[in-house]
Ligand binder design. Structure first.
Ligand SMILES: [Cu+2]
Length: 542
């Protein structure tokens, strides 16, 4: 072979090699670990979550549940559609059929022998493992039935597919809801890893016409585990978890804020869900360090019948939502979205003040105002105050067995107990703790006997706050998530009283109520309620 032909052969070889390198790196970019549940960098511009919306009365979507382990050992989770959209916002209208073909693509883990509820058999009686999962549709009035919003026994094993099929009830209030996994014992890890997405039930503009012309934005706030080096940081103001906004991380200790771009001086509807597993948020919008007015139009998916409430801060326990109008800053104005410090009690988790995002006004193309054709004006939930409760029940949150010890360590056990029943962790194979009737309303007194905050949430139904520590309050809101404050000073018990609405004819069956600090729920702070069909002639009106 001549020198020239050797040179030619080398050239051909290197071209072929480069071609294979490019193909390999392209393939790696598509499927490599960096691309699975890919996340923006600190400081990145906050993008709208991708949207999948119903058409002609139906939304059918495939959600593949994926995970990847980061170099530091933390695990990221996400839902991915066939088109590659990550953790999309599901937009549906009352009356629509929502079909989710769910595929659990998590790696197989060994079954956890110590978890109760190991029975197998039937679609909604899966095996509990660290990689088992399911979906809960937080706040929605969906039946607690298999293939709908059943989150107790539905456990989808890795490698398995499962089909959800639900009709959004005509009476489901138009607003912001969210979906997340709810496998008892493992919810925190999956949700903190990023497994959540928003659901918007269309029609708020039909109920509140002044919102029709406003651009709207959806913000999903999540929390995430600290890395080992963050955990080692001795800063006494260290948060228990980091935050992210639409997956843009805001990391301790530098807290580089995410970036929200907005047209200057524009009224916008911000639909904000606290999808953090554990972190209590106290939201503020500051322009030149001055708190701005937020006009709150809906809480927990329920539009306010009597018009908006102007607030300069919004308290958002994990799971709750707020939909509010803000006027964006002027060009060049210093503007930040922040969370203020929340004191969760001496045994609570650290939730210091920190920035979430800089709001940067800039000239940009007009954001499209979403016009929803044929959005029906929904009938909003009425106040429950004039209804007669059929009974009052008393429940209490306690920790460490006797209900009086403080200090929440890794081994702490958490309980949510009906007064008179034995204190024990949630057991999915036990009979319901509470049996109630469809068609009724009940008053529940919820006492917190611990030195840290807990968050009461009940699936499927909404409630109204009546009293705090025995004193009546005037709170018109109908909610699905609420703070039960920690004991303060020498107050022996801190409690609230709520009126719970079991009148929805579609809500018959068995579901759960629990602390929505998911770490507490995973460690036992949950109970089960069964709603029996209505008795003939029952009428709760006074
Ligand atoms: Cu709790």
């Amino acid at each position: 072979m001549t020198h020239r032909s050797i040179g030619f052969a080398l050239k051909v070889f290197s071209v072929v090699l480069c071609f294979f390198c490019l193909c390999w790196s392209a393939a790696r970019a598509e499927t490599g670990p960096d691309r699975i549940c890919a996340r923006p960098q600190e400081g990145a511009v906050v993008e709208e979550p991708p949207v999948v919306a119903s058409t002609n009365g139906a939304l059918a979507v495939t959600l593949k549940f994926r995970s990847v382990t980061e170099p530091g050992g933390n695990v990221r989770y996400c839902y991915v559609t066939e088109a590659g959209l990550e953790s999309p916002t599901l937009r549906v209208a009352p009356g629509d059929r929502l079909s989710i073909h769910f595929q659990n693509e998590l790696p197989q883990k060994d079954a956890v022998a110590s978890m109760p509820g190991m029975e197998m058999g039937g679609d909604c009686h899966g095996m509990m493992t660290e990689s088992a999962t399911n979906l809960h549709f937080h706040g929605m009035a969906l039946p607690p039935q298999c293939h709908q919003d059943e989150a107790i026994h539905t456990l989808i094993a890795p490698g398995q597919a499962f089909d959800y099929s639900m009709q959004i009830p005509g009476g489901n209030p138009p607003g912001l809801y969210w979906y997340h996994p709810h496998p008892h014992g493992f919810s925190t890890a999956q949700v903190q890893g990023g497994a959540s997405g928003a659901i918007i039930v269309e029609g708020i503009q039909a109920v509140i016409p002044e919102l029709k012309t406003l651009p709207e934005r959806t913000f999903v706030l999540r929390d995430q585990l600290l890395t080992p080096s963050q955990v080692d940081n001795p800063d006494p103001l260290k948060p228990s978890w980091d935050l992210s906004l639409n997956y843009v991380p805001v990391k301790f200790p530098r807290y580089v804020p995410a970036t929200i771009h907005a047209r200057p001086h524009e009224r916008q509807l911000w639909r904000f869900v606290n999808s953090a597993a554990n972190t209590i948020i106290h939201l503020q919008v500051l322009y030149d360090h001055v708190p701005q007015t937020m006009e709150v139009y809906a809480v927990d998916g329920v539009p306010m019948a009597k018009g908006p409430v102007a607030q300069t801060s919004i308290f958002l326990p994990p799971g709750s939502r707020s939909e509010f109008v803000v006027t964006t800053p002027a060009l060049g104005e210093t503007a930040q979205l922040v969370t203020q410090m929340h004191d969760p009690g001496p045994a609570g988790d650290s939730a210091p003040a920190r920035p979430i995002a800089n709001i940067v006004a800039m000239k940009m193309k007009e954001e499209k105002v979403r016009v929803v054709a044929n959005a029906k004006v929904a009938r909003l939930p009425e106040s429950l105050l004039d209804l007669k409760p059929v009974r009052t029940r008393s429940l209490y949150f306690s920790q460490n067995g006797n209900g009086t010890e403080g200090g929440a360590g890794a081994a702490t056990k958490f309980y949510l107990t009906v007064v008179g029943q034995p204190i024990k962790e949630f057991d999915m194979s036990a009979p319901p703790n509470i049996v109630a009737r469809q068609g009724t309303v009940e008053d529940w007194v919820l006492a917190n006997m611990t030195p840290e905050d807990h968050i009461f949430h009940i699936h499927q139904v909404h409630f109204q706050l009546l009293e705090v520590n025995g004193t009546p309050v005037d709170d018109p809101l109908v909610r699905d998530t609420i703070l039960v404050p920690h004991q303060v000073g020498r107050t022996p018990i801190s409690n609230i009283k709520v009126r719970i609405d079991f009148r929805d004819p579609g809500i018959v069956g068995t579901f759960v109520y629990h602390c929505h600090i998911l770490d507490h729920e995973d460690k036992g702070m949950m109970g089960m309620i069964q709603i029996l069909p209505a008795e003939a002639g029952s009428d709760v009106r006074q």
